[in-house]
Design a protein around this ligand. Structure first.
Ligand code: ADP
Length: 444
């Protein structure tokens, strides 16, 4: 392209139309992506080639109002950044005044010839357009040629300006998009944080609820046996100290049996509390595994149920234990705790009496125990919480039935420790069948 061609003549040429076509495709490219920095780099390459510049770059104002280099071709970025005082350079003039700059030869141009940047880099043909969004300058595009003067004319400046306008719109759109994403991310993060805080608040409320419920249940559970013990021992004491001797031997036997049972209940409760606090502290319970005479153990436990506080004459305990039930290796004390607790629950939650069936079955790998009652049963909606710590259900029927909500939680823990499983089949108003399995180990 020769600098002598007049602008009017040039506008009519095929070359000019070719330029416009390429410019249009560059604009489309800019607007087709929201990653504008990437696209600007590609566009810069093409604009430099298209307008036959030697070098070129695009700078944008950052949030602090400083120009930052965003895309460049054939330019040493350090050399540009070296002109820190941008206001005294050609781009400084263009961005400050918001005007296009065209110089046929910057070295002889009275506006620029004394500028340090011009002297240092020996530029000749120079073209520079500010990037504007609604009259606000957001950056600048600069092209130059240090070898030939008169490379750029008004038509080129118009084309660069058109490209600049398109770039400015694309950059602004990308920034808006980025802000939108950022504010969306921020909102999302805040919502997540709120959810998290809400979860922590609900969990701590639930923990507090359980704690106070637990304290009131345990105090009640401790107080009732103590009250019985206190009443009976006081009566015995009065009888002896006042020399009345009105309590018969038969009554005394009754009193001692009751005191004995209540002391057992207290010790039972304290042991449960100690077990739970040990589990809470992450200290594993140890199994004392040894050969256990299952048949003998079941016989004792079933017999003991008749002395239970919850045993009624209308309770009929039936057992179905195979004659050839083999011994298994287990922790006898813990198995006895599991069976006694399930038996006590069966009696406790059948306040109207009825059959309690105890069945044991076995195969080569497992022994399965079943304790079935015809009592209150458990409502379906509570099944998810069964076997969890402190979970009790207090409907009208069981309001007066004492308990701590620790039994099933500990039973499950003990069955798990043995490598077994526990489950329940229950229907409200019809009764429950608790089953658990233990593996048949051989003595090590
Ligand atoms: P608790 O000391 O309250 O009896 P458990 O952990 O043994 O504690 O039982 C938890 C809850 O499960 C009880 O409050 C009771 O409502 C229900 N439950 C346990 N066993 C039975 C059963 N055999 N029949 C009906 N409900 C039962």
């Amino acid at each position: 392209m020769k600098s002598s061609k007049s602008t009017e003549n040039f506008k009519g040429t095929d070359e000019y139309h070719q330029y416009l076509k390429q410019l249009l495709s560059l604009s489309q490219m800019l607007n087709s992506s929201l990653n504008v920095e990437e696209v600007l780099k590609m566009a810069m390459d093409q604009v430099v080639d298209l307008l036959r510049a030697e070098r070129g770059f695009i700078m944008l104002f950052n949030e602090k109002g400083e120009l930052e280099l965003k895309a460049y071709k054939n330019v040493d970025p350090q050399a540009i950044l070296q002109f820190r005082d941008i206001s005294r350079t050609i781009i400084g003039t263009s961005t400050k005044e918001g005007k296009n700059v065209l110089s046929v030869n910057a070295q002889s141009d009275p506006r620029f010839k004394d500028l340090e940047s011009v002297l240092m880099s020996g530029m000749r043909s120079v073209m520079c357009v500010p990037l504007k969004v609604k009259a606000r300058v957001i950056g600048v595009i600069y092209l130059d040629n240090r070898i030939e003067e008169g490379m750029f004319r008004e038509t080129h400046l118009e084309m660069l300006s058109a490209f600049g306008n398109q770039s400015a719109v694309a950059i602004e759109n990308a920034r808006l998009y980025e802000n939108l994403i950022r504010s969306y991310d921020e909102r999302f993060r805040l919502t997540q944080e709120l959810h998290q805080q809400e979860k922590i608040r609900l969990a701590s409320e639930e923990a507090n609820r359980l704690k106070s419920e637990f304290v009131s249940i345990v105090s009640h559970e401790l107080r009732s046996p103590l009250t019985v013990i206190k009443t009976y021992t006081s009566a015995l004491h009065r009888d002896v100290s006042l020399g009345k001797n009105v309590i018969s031997e038969e009554q005394k036997l009754d009193i001692y049996t009751t005191i004995d049972r209540e002391v057992d209940r207290l010790m039972n409760l304290i042991n449960k509390l100690l077990d739970v606090s040990r589990i809470d502290a992450g200290k594993p319970m140890e199994l004392n595994l040894r050969d256990c005479d299952l048949k003998g153990l079941l016989k004792i436990i079933l017999k003991l149920q008749k002395t239970s506080k919850f045993y009624l004459d209308s309770h009929i305990i039936k057992d179905n234990i195979p004659e050839d039930l083999p011994n298994i290796v287990c922790d006898q004390e813990k198995l006895s705790q599991i069976l006694s607790n399930l038996m006590e629950n069966a009696l406790k939650y059948s306040p109207g009496g009825g059959d309690i069936n105890v069945t044991v079955a076995y195969d080569s790998e497992w022994v399965v125990f079943s304790i079935r009652d015809k009592g209150l049963g458990i409502p379906k909606e509570h099944l998810g919480k069964l076997f969890k710590k402190y979970e009790r259900f207090e409907d009208e029927d069981r309001k007066t039935i004492p308990g701590t909500g620790l039994g099933l939680y500990l039973i499950k823990h003990l069955v798990d420790l043995h490598g077994g499983k526990i489950w329940v089949d229950t229907e409200q108003g019809k009764g429950s069948e608790f089953k658990f399995s233990l593996p048949r180990r051989t003595q090590q």
